[in-house]
Design a protein around this ligand. Sequence first.
Ligand SMILES: [Fe+2]
Length: 301
Amino acid sequence: MLTEKLTSTIDQPAVTLENFRLSDEDLPEFRDMKFEDINQLALDHPGASDEEYRERRDYIARLAKRFRETGVITDVDYSPREQRVWRYVAEELEELHQKHASPFYLKAKKDLGITTDRIPQLSEMNRRLNELAGFRLAPIEGLVETRSFLSWLSYRVMLSTQYIRHHSQPAYTPEPDIVHESIGHIPMFTNPNFADYSQFIGHGARIATDEQLEQLGRLYWFTVEFGMVEEGGGIKAYGAGLLSSFGELEHAFGDEVERRPFDLEQVINTPYDYSDMQSILYVVPSYSYLKDVTRKYIESF
Ligand SMILES: [Fe+2]
């Protein structure tokens, strides 16, 4: 059981942030993982009343479920329509990325073989990510509650959906999809400092009180999802919520957004609104700075 296994690992005092490298046998079980509403699409989902889309999404979600029993990632045979959605979004984003994305991210995307031509398979990105940073991907069928989701990062595992957003609104998705995961999140995990940072958050999630967990959620939000960094002589985006949405990315560099220097104490106490464009964003001086201040913070738990 996931919860029991995590609890029992938390009780072991020998795990510190320095030696926090676990073997495969330490991975908690996937089988009993709890999901939020995995069988229902919210009414505001653009595909909610499209029977064919729902069936397709559920089919791809079932492949993820199979992974939890077999440990093998099944490639998805994406349809021409799904590939068209990808090409449209990926091409639009590519242009903005050249202007606004972190140079590290741009290189990482290339290294992982993520192109505008076709939807990348989790299996191939997983192989490369593992070689480059000892990070892995695990397909999941939908949203997981915060503590579980973040806790998996402590095992250097990112949970990732495989289905793609509805074709009627390619610029928008109310839930994570393969565009958000592979264009937004996956490339950054090839950065050793960012990967370690993510792992620290995961470790924190396993030992956090509910209040600390809420703070970790904010830290995750303002960095992994909406983070900006001083890189290559300017301010660049590295957060997945920015990199996977042209609306958010353009908005982030506009006049209505206050871009503040990253201050951990302030970030963990700043509430966010996930249903609207961001009005405050935080800029880290470097990924190693982010890692170092977070290490100290988690060690104070
Ligand atoms: Fe995300």
